[in-house]
Design a protein around this ligand. Structure first.
Ligand code: SF4
Ligand code: SF4
Ligand code: SF4
Length: 304
């Protein structure tokens, strides 16, 4: 099933307000298909190589100055994230089918979509697709409205529920390291090279080479489908790519079809604001929130 305007609205993330606005949505405007920038970087995750050691999860925290997530640990002793959350940008999960015949680890982080729905949904420009095609997030511009979370087809941006002034968080492909010529934290430490970093074009070629070399080992979206690279075209394409020995649907990767998602999110957003009498007042409130965030950031900086 491919995602469309109706299912995005129906998924209810935006609640009743969106449902009302949806009834007034204009027809979707034709939108040119975006390509990955020529210098786009990316990551390739190969489930056949991952041993679930979670070294990448630890390295991700260290690379991004994130505290451990001990909320699921008895006695709060251990770092045990069950999923992405406000302090966890990268997680490894285990898929096991009911009879135990098929199992696979699954790494989840931002997919760095070629045409990111989160960017289209963020009216304050906190999320941007920037150099090397990396989708960055600037907390100081964020109001915490969570539209990005609603728009993302991969359910990636997470709200900082435990913070007193909660905003969002997500993987930024360690852009602060990449611009200095370093690798992302997760790819640098993986002992099996199950997750590797490089130019998207090279990674795509490498993924196809692996599939061509072992066509029986790799799978497609559903059982019986021809093997393929997830992210080559899904949702307009992503800069994080997957090859897998278990069908992608079992790993929780959505069947997006080839169509980019953002026009859906943008249309919902435009629909919401279309009927507002005083959008200026709304922006004034959001501006005040941004100022508050900037002030809080400044205080954090002084304290550290
Ligand atoms: S470090 Fe590599 S092998 Fe270990 S869990 Fe992460 S991706 Fe898998
Ligand atoms: S995976 Fe979600 S958060 Fe990441 S770029 Fe795509 S839409 Fe944005
Ligand atoms: S690229 Fe950086 S932020 Fe993203 S999952 Fe890897 S270590 Fe974490």
């Amino acid at each position: 099933m491919s995602i469309d305007r109706r299912s995005l609205i129906k998924c209810g993330a935006a609640g009743a307000g969106v449902a009302i606005a949806a009834s007034t949505l204009p027809a979707l405007a034709a939108r040119p298909r975006k390509e990955a920038p020529a210098d786009a970087v990316g990551m390739l995750y190969d489930t056949t190589l991952c041993i679930g050691c979670k070294t990448c999860v630890v390295a991700c925290r260290e690379a991004n100055g994130k505290p451990p997530d001990t909320s699921n640990s008895p006695g709060r002793l251990y770092d045990m994230p069950l999923d992405l959350n406000g302090t966890t940008k990268n997680v490894i999960k285990l898929y096991k089918d009911p009879d135990g015949a098929e199992r696979s680890y699954m790494k989840a982080q931002c997919m760095h979509c070629i045409d990111p729905a989160c960017v289209g949904a963020c009216m304050l420009g906190a999320l941007q697709k920037r150099e090397l095609g990396i989708v960055t997030y600037k907390q100081e511009f964020c109001s915490g409205c969570r539209y990005c979370q609603m728009a993302c087809p991969f359910n990636i941006p997470k709200f900082e529920w435990s913070s007193r002034a909660p905003l969002m968080d997500k993987c930024e492909m360690c852009v602060h390291r990449v611009v200095k010529g370093q690798q992302p934290g997760c790819t640098e430490v993986c002992p099996r090279k199950a997750i590797v970093f490089g130019k998207r074009a090279d990674l795509l070629a490498e993924a196809k080479r692996r599939i061509a070399g072992s066509p029986k080992k790799y799978k497609g979206y559903r059982k019986g489908d021809a093997p393929r690279v997830y992210g080559e075209t899904e949702g307009g394409g992503t800069q994080v790519l997957y090859v897998s020995h278990v069908p992608f649907e079992k790993l929780g990767l959505p069947d997006l079809g080839d169509k980019p998602v953002p026009e859906v999110a943008q249309t919902v957003q435009h629909g919401i604001y279309q009927g507002f009498v005083a959008p200026v007042a709304l922006y004034a409130v959001l501006g005040a929130v941004i100022m508050r965030n900037k002030k809080a950031e400044g205080q954090k900086g002084k304290a550290s």
